[in-house]
Every structure is written in structure tokens, then in C-alpha cells.
Design a protein around this ligand. Structure first.
Ligand code: NCD
Ligand code: ZN
Length: 359
């Protein structure tokens, strides 16, 4: 990708964006990361894969309270802005999630439910073992008009890691959509040409989020000059043809694709490990990274709909009213961020960004 540094300074002001997929964690980790997301985004869909997972309305509301308290205590230089952030809560779907629980959640303002296949990713031990077991819950979601968010990867060890998303679509998603044609579904963090095409060809009940890292990097990043754990996430980065398909989808102007960072903080020592955790931390510079990906293909005019309109429209929520400004200007990323007694290594640590988040 060619840098744009030889061009004139350029600023773009867009409606305040939302992040439709983020991991804010809990406790001290939450306190360290929450303001990064709240500074850039008006709202974020907060993933429920805590330990233990957020499976009830009561837990979701308690978690929301902890997020808001952490924000209030964050001492961010722009406290007004971060205090206006709204966390959108989700429930973690299990084999036994009751329709009544989903009714309660819906009434309490929980916006969506997340399906993790058992064993697919970080904290998925309570995930779904057989999608058929969740059919009463899916029926309730369809009736309530509440989106089902899917980590769309099979976990069958005989399926190659790089094929797990495409196989999930063929093996499970086609059947779910046939059995629940009115169910709103978001395929989270799509990584393949197959997924992008499947979403593009689907009806208005189907959409997808796309991360900044899957728009900017292919799987070579994980192996360049040695193994690079900070580029390891799930679903894993794919080959260049897939990255190009994702860029095309995100910048196509289609309302079916929207921003979801999947920013997933892990302490550096747990990623730089013999069995390192999956997850890239992008919340600190999320909009700068998306701007770079859109700018690289001359599609800055498509960024606002992707980042600020399409997700809200799909969820049936109002669009944000505030604005943000990004400037094409090189700036340096820190080597690491504070993370309690540990360190957090953000994507691009110690390297430069091509865009700056101005305000
Ligand atoms: C996420 C996490 O760490 O919670 N990790 C990741 O690689 N994306 C879980 C997830 O979204 O799969
Ligand atoms: Zn995630």
C-alpha cells in the first residue's frame, strides 16, 4: 500500500463513529482500555466473553454499570467526550439460553446476543456445542428483532485453520438462515472472500463487521522475520486475495458492511508466550487505522457510512450527532500502553500511523 505522505495535508470530518464489536474486559483491564474506545466512538457493542461469561440480563446490566464507573474514573483529558460514550450490551449464547431470558434482556436494552462455537476463541468454553440446541433462543431473537452476532468458525480439528470461516458458512449459516429467514444476523469480523460474497449476496437481514487489522494486513504479517504474536487474532489473518476482498467490501458503499474493531486486549506476556492468546489491540488508534485502509484505495468518501451509519441503521438505532476530525499526518505510536502490572502492545506499536485523530 502506498503511503499518502507526499500529498497535501488533508482533513476529513465525519459523524462520530461507533464500534460494533469490541472487548472491554473487566476489572483493572477495563479501567485501562475503556477510555480509548470511548474517546473515538459514540457507542460500542461490548462482547460478553468475560470469565464467567455474561449470560443473563442481570450480569449484562451490572457489567454496563462497571463500564460506566470505569469511564467516570478514567481521568481522560477529554472527560466530557468519554463520558458521553454509550456501551451497548450483549448476552453470551449458550446451549441452554432460555427465550424468557432474551425477552428480559431485550426489555432491558441489551442490543444483541453473541454466538461463540464451543472452543472457537478466547473464553469460549461456555460456547454452543450444537446450534440445534439454541433453536428456541434463535426463534425468540427472530421474534424480538434482536440481532444474532456470530463468531463464524467451525472448531473441527480436521478443518484447516484458514478454512474455518468458509466451512462455517456452508455447514451452519446457510441452515440457520433457511430456518430463521427473518433473524437479523451479523457475521462478526469477516476475514475471507467467501464471507464477503455471502454477505453481499444475502438479503437485508444479513450484515458483517470488518476489523481494521484484516483490512491492513495479510497472514504474512504473523511470520515476517520471525513469529509475531501481536498479529495473531481469531479468525486469523488470511492471504492477500482475502484482504483485497475485504477492502473491496468495506469501501464498496454497501450498507451491509460496518466497522467492528474486535479490539481484544491481552497482557503482552500472555501473547509473547509458547501458547499465545489471540487478539489484536486496536482501540487506541482505531479510526487512524481504518482511515489508512480506506485512503490506500482512494475511498475516504466511503468511510463515514462504514464507520458511522451502516451499523446504526442495521441495529435500528439512531445515528450519532457529534463529529470527529481525522488528518492525514504521520504520527508515532507508543511502544506499549499501561495495563496494570503488565504491558499492552497495541497494533503498530513503535511504528508510525499515517492519520491522526484530531478531535
Ligand atoms: C477475542 C478475545 O480475545 O476476546 N480474540 C480475538 O482474537 N479476536 C475473541 C474473539 O473475538 O474471537
Ligand atoms: Zn471479538
Amino acid at each position: 500500500m502506498s503511503a499518502s505522505l507526499d500529498q497535501k495535508p488533508f482533513e476529513i470530518t465525519i459523524t462520530r463513529p461507533d464500534d460494533w464489536h469490541v472487548h472491554l474486559r473487566d476489572g483493572e483491564a477495563l479501567e485501562r482500555v475503556v477510555a480509548h474506545t470511548a474517546f473515538q466512538f459514540g457507542r460500542a457493542v461490548v462482547m460478553p466473553n468475560l470469565k464467567p461469561p455474561v449470560t443473563t440480563t442481570e450480569q449484562a446490566l451490572a457489567y454496563k454499570g462497571r463500564i460506566l464507573s470505569a469511564l467516570a474514573a478514567s481521568n481522560h483529558p477529554d472527560q466530557n467526550k468519554v463520558s458521553s460514550f454509550e456501551p451497548l450490551m450483549t448476552l453470551y449464547l449458550t446451549d441452554t439460553t432460555a427465550p424468557q431470558e432474551l425477552e428480559r434482556a431485550h426489555a432491558a436494552g441489551v442490543v444483541a446476543v453473541k454466538l461463540y462455537p464451543f472452543g472457537a476463541t478466547t473464553n469460549s468454553d461456555s460456547g454452543v456445542t450444537d446450534i440445534r440446541k439454541t433453536y428456541p433462543a434463535l426463534e425468540a431473537l427472530q421474534r424480538l428483532g434482536m440481532p444474532l452476532l456470530i463468531h463464524a468458525e467451525v472448531t473441527d480439528p480436521s478443518v484447516d485453520l484458514f478454512d474455518r470461516e468458509a466451512v462455517f458458512i456452508d455447514k451452519h449459516l446457510v441452515a440457520i438462515r433457511k430456518d430463521f429467514p427473518e433473524l437479523k444476523i451479523v457475521i462478526e469480523h469477516i476475514t475471507t472472500l467467501e464471507a464477503a460474497q455471502y454477505v453481499q449476496d444475502g438479503d437485508s437481514h444479513l450484515a458483517a463487521t470488518i476489523t481494521a487489522h484484516h483490512l491492513l494486513y495479510n497472514r504474512n504479517a504473523i511470520f515476517t522475520g520471525g513469529i509475531r504474536p501481536h498479529y495473531y487474532c481469531l479468525p486469523v489473518l488470511k492471504r492477500e486475495t482475502h484482504r483485497l476482498a475485504l477492502v473491496k467490501a468495506a469501501t464498496s458503499g454497501s450498507s451491509k458492511f460496518f466497522l467492528g474493531t474486535d479490539s481484544a486486549p491481552h497482557a503482552a506476556h500472555l501473547k509473547e508466550h509458547a501458547s499465545g492468546c489471540a487478539g489484536c489491540y486496536t482501540a487506541f488508534s482505531a479510526m487512524e487505522l481504518y482511515a489508512e485502509a480506506f485512503d490506500a484505495v482512494g475511498a475516504m468518501d466511503k468511510l463515514e457510512a462504514f464507520a458511522s451509519f451502516n451499523g446504526a441503521d442495521f441495529y435500528g438505532l439512531p445515528r450519532n450527532v457529534g463529529k470527529i476530525t481525522l488528518r492525514r499526518e504521520s504520527c508515532q505510536m507508543p511502544e506499549s500502553l499501561a495495563f496494570g502490572n503488565a504491558k499492552l502492545i497495541p497494533l503498530r506499536a513503535g511504528e508510525s500511523l499515517q492519520w491522526r485523530f484530531v478531535v
